[in-house]
Each structure stands twice: as structure tokens, then as C-alpha cells.
Design a protein around this ligand. Structure first.
Ligand SMILES: Cc1cc2nc3c(=O)[nH]c(=O)nc-3n(C[C@H](O)[C@H](O)[C@H](O)COP(=O)(O)O)c2cc1C
Length: 158
């Protein structure tokens, strides 16, 4: 039997990002009302937080070009993406592009932008807390509406 020796790395942003990418996650597109426009981005920091009360959260990178708008948003919509929706995952992760190009958008809870596509799970949330943690801020949201479909959520793993 071959025995592979584990490697020890210096802990840097680069090595941490690379090794933590091995942890499997789902992927979501979050949307919100920005300054008189819809904003949206791809995230994999989304996760369940509490069942009662119904809370979820995700982390916004302080380097985001839309940071002020995300921190001011009073709510967000989580679209958990399916395995065949990689094109939208890439579109909403790409800076300097119109992330909403070609995507029909409806008005959801409190007028928030909702993508008019079928996704495995959609949660419309009101922000109840904003916790700065290191170089991210954790946006905790109370789930107000929940819409589910049969499609299987995408999993990312390096
Ligand atoms: C798979 C994946 C997961 C991501 N997860 C997050 C995340 O959890 N939080 C975040 O702020 N940005 C995340 N990003 C980066 C954003 O999607 C976006 O590309 C980045 O924030 C730059 O855009 P912005 O300057 O408009 O915010 C992720 C990107 C990818 C491809």
C-alpha cells in the first residue's frame, strides 16, 4: 500500500484559498436592491444558520466593488443554483459585466430583484445582522419566503 506523506503549508491567503477550495460547497446567486439598480453576485459562503428563528447567512468580501450597496441592502434573495446553471454562476461572478444581461428579473419581497428562472431553492430574506469578521462581513438574513423545485443543487469542489 502506498503511503502519501501530508504536506504542511504556510498559512497565507493564497494557500488558504487553495486548500479550502477542496471543501465541497453549494453555489448561489444572491441579489438585492442597490442604489436604484439590482445588484447580484455568485457566492459559495451561503449556509444555513438557525432553524428557529429561520436564519441563513453569507459573507461579502470587503474588496467587492459593490460593498457599500451590499452593506446598505435591507434584504437579499438567495438563488441556490442547479448543476446545469454554470453559465449564470460565471455571469454573476464576472466583474465589469452586466450581470443581469439576458436574465428576466421580477420583483419579490420588498421589491427585491428575483431571477425569473427555476432554481432548486430560492429564499427571500430580510437582513437582521451584519457582522464584520476579518476581511468579510457576515450578512445574516431572516428567511421570509421559500420556493423549492426538484432540480439538484450544484456542488463545487476542487
Ligand atoms: C464559486 C465562487 C464563489 C464566490 N463566493 C463569494 C462569496 O462568498 N462572497 C463574495 O463576496 N464573493 C464571492 N465570489 C466573488 C463574486 O462572485 C464576485 O466575482 C466578486 O465579488 C467581484 O465582484 P464585485 O466586485 O462586483 O463584488 C465568488 C466567486 C465564485 C466564482
Amino acid at each position: 500500500m502506498t503511503c502519501v506523506t501530508p504536506s504542511t503549508f504556510d498559512v497565507t491567503p493564497s494557500t488558504l484559498r487553495s486548500q479550502l477550495a477542496r471543501w465541497p460547497t453549494g453555489v448561489a446567486v444572491v441579489t438585492a436592491l442597490g442604489d436604484d439598480r439590482p445588484i447580484g453576485k455568485t457566492v459559495n459562503s451561503f449556509h444555513p444558520t438557525s432553524l428557529e428563528p429561520a436564519l441563513v447567512g453569507w459573507c461579502i468580501d470587503h474588496k467587492s466593488s459593490q460593498l457599500d450597496e451590499w452593506l446598505a441592502a435591507e434584504g437579499y434573495v438567495v438563488h441556490v443554483m442547479a448543476g446545469d446553471q454554470m453559465d449564470l454562476v460565471i455571469q454573476f461572478a464576472t466583474s465589469a459585466s452586466d450581470r443581469f444581461a439576458g436574465v428576466e428579473v421580477g420583483a419579490g419581497l420588498d421589491g427585491m430583484p428575483v431571477l425569473a428562472i427555476e432554481v432548486p431553492l430560492r429564499l427571500e430574506c430580510r437582513v437582521v445582522d451584519r457582522l464584520p469578521v476579518g476581511d468579510h462581513t457576515y450578512l445574516i438574513g431572516e428567511v421570509v419566503t421559500m420556493t423549492a423545485a426538484e432540480s439538484i443543487p450544484m456542488t463545487l469542489q476542487r
